[in-house]
Design a protein around this ligand. Structure first.
Ligand SMILES: Nc1ncnc2c1ncn2[C@@H]1O[C@H](COP(=O)(O)OP(=O)(O)O)[C@@H](O)[C@H]1O
Ligand SMILES: O=C(CO)[C@@H](O)[C@H](O)COP(=O)(O)O
Length: 492
């Protein structure tokens, strides 16, 4: 048996599977979120540990046994966890969707010679949301906390540390820090020197790397005893939630595209060579399966839809009727959904906008459609950026938003691609568990490949496939054009 744990923004999920990917038990516990008008988005790492405990216990209560051989952890990317010399958490973690550090990000890019120079020197253009600007923010706003930093970890690395007692890094999640060179797969000291003035404090605080073939370690005796799991249970390297979503959707070979509709919206595709984008719109990340994972992320996704529904006194169940009752383009209503600033397009200080309101179109149904179209058109622009020569004709859709049949159909109609849904909805958990099987197989001298494991464990739910309706193609093209021109007029 194998465990996958996914620490997302809204909550932690746990999944126990057998070696064929069949679910044996699952659990979930929500996280609180600290939000400030300044754009701050923070969580206490202790909350993640508590949610891990609850979700793991729930999953184990359903599982036929506790003979877990290996476990993998997936975590929301980019969050900054800082520990002091006694391994105490210094302050809450600033998250991937924290836009309070936008001025520091701009200052840092300038310090490093501008966007083009960053791209040439480090292979990445830092964007607000990546880990690096959080460090400069800490130095400027909380110098006493900054001085205490002895260890820098990402969310999943912190959970690995809690589970095993060992701090180490893996390439997928590290590639989202912007102090990592994806070409050489090494930390970039110059970037950190620009923040701490070359004292070496930050560079010394970084954990060493392990490859995906190596386990982080085994469970600490206290943790094993608390859950009743074998102390010999291996913890694999883990990775960012998108990297794990890739593994959990079989996106471990070229040509597969995954689109995730969670708190963030992401679209990504595995490559066996680095993919670099001088504009910075496509994030040049590594995968957590030994390759690379170019990715586009928008910061505003299901949160926008949920907030719109709440304001109207509706729930996610009302999405189906609202989309059925309205045509592509929401009768002219356009919702630019940048409620807390945006990463793609790079507008960290933006706020949302509704345009095209008329006496006839300002209805709850059009508003719901406009919110869903705003989120969808934004991430489909991302799809256009990551697709190579041939247009994508099939994609796997995951995350909370993928539960809506009407939203899946909208994505198919607006993109022209067939939309499929994996049988296991918690792709981050499944990917983490598959990585655990991979690492366990290597540790035991019977190595398996990711491709082999994915083809065995990842199944598609055929009854939920959405085929594009070509009759709606022109209407969606027009709606997307309308969205783009509103974007240009308002934010240029
Ligand atoms: N049937 C549904 N239709 C649309 N959205 C849904 C549905 N069910 C859940 N959601 C949304 O999915 C979101 C949670 O997605 P999830 O992928 O679990 O997020 P995260 O990984 O960021 O924690 C919630 O905001 C919720 O509103
Ligand atoms: O910042 C990114 C990707 O670069 C986000 O995708 C985070 O990794 C958070 O994921 P969710 O909470 O939406 O799953």
């Amino acid at each position: 048996m194998y465990f996958g744990i996914d620490c997302g923004t809204q909550g932690t999920k746990a999944l126990v599977i057998d070696e064929n990917g069949t679910s044996l038990g699952r659990g979930y516990a929500p996280h609180a979120l600290i939000e400030r008008e300044t754009g701050a988005r923070e969580q206490q790492p202790e909350w993640w540990v508590e949610a891990l405990r609850t979700s793991v216990c729930q999953a184990l209560a359903q599982s036929p046994s506790k003979a877990v051989q290996a476990l993998g952890v997936s975590g929301q990317q980019h969050g900054l966890v800082v520990l002091d010399e006694h391994h105490n958490v210094i302050r809450p973690a600033k998250l991937w969707n924290d836009t309070e550090t936008a001025p520091e990000n701009q200052q840092l890019v300038e310090l490093l010679g501008g966007k083009q120079a960053c791209f040439e020197r480090f292979g990445i253009v830092p964007l607000t949301g990546y880990t690096v600007s959080k460090l400069l923010w800490l130095k400027r706003h909380e110098p006493e906390n900054f001085a205490r930093i002895r260890h820098i970890l990402l969310p999943h690395e912190y959970l690995n540390f809690w589970l095993t007692g060992r701090m180490c890094a893996e390439y997928g999640d590290a590639s989202g820090t912007a102090f990592f060179d994806i070409r050489s797969r090494r930390w970039t000291r110059e970037v950190l020197d620009a923040i701490d003035g070359g004292t070496g404090q930050l560079f010394a605080a970084l954990p060493p790397f392990i490859t995906v073939d190596e386990p982080v370690g085994t469970l600490r005796p206290e943790v094993a005893a608390e859950f009743g799991l074998p102390h010999s249970c291996i913890v694999s390297a883990g990775g960012g939630d998108n990297m794990m979503g890739a593994i959990g959707t079989g996106n471990v070979r070229e040509g597969v595209v995954t689109l995730s509709l969670g708190t963030s919206s992401t679209v990504y595709s595995f490559h066996d060579q680095p993919v670099l984008d001088p504009t910075g719109n496509v994030a040049p990340f590594c995968s957590s399966s030994g390759g690379w994972l170019p990715l586009v992320c928008t910061m505003n996704a299901t949160n926008v839809v949920t907030q719109t529904l709440n304001t109207l006194g509706k729930t996610v169940q009302d999405i189906e009727a609202a989309l059925a009752a309205t045509p592509p383009g929401a009768n002219g209503l356009v919702f630019l959904p940048f409620l807390n600033g945006e990463r793609t397009p790079d507008l960290p200080n933006a706020r949302g906008t509704l345009t095209g309101i008329s006496a006839n179109n300002f209805t709850p149904e059009n508003l719901i459609r406009a919110a869903i179209e705003g989120v969808s058109f934004g991430i489909l622009n991302g799809l256009d950026l990551i697709q190579s020569e041939a247009p994508v004709d099939r994609m796997l859709v995951i995350g909370g938003g993928s539960r809506s049949a009407a939203w899946r159909q909208l994505l198919a109609d607006a993109s022209g691609a067939t939309v499929e849904v994996p049988l296991e909805e918690e792709a981050g958990c499944l990917g983490a568990a598959i990585q655990a099987i991979y690492t366990y197989s290597h540790a035991n001298g019977h190595p398996k490949s990711f491709a082999e494991l994915a083809s065995r464990c990842v199944k598609v739910e055929a009854t939920r496939t959405a085929h594009p309706n070509t009759a709606l193609r022109a209407a969606y093209r027009q709606a997307r054009d309308q969205y783009q021109s509103s974007l240009r007029i308002i934010y240029n």
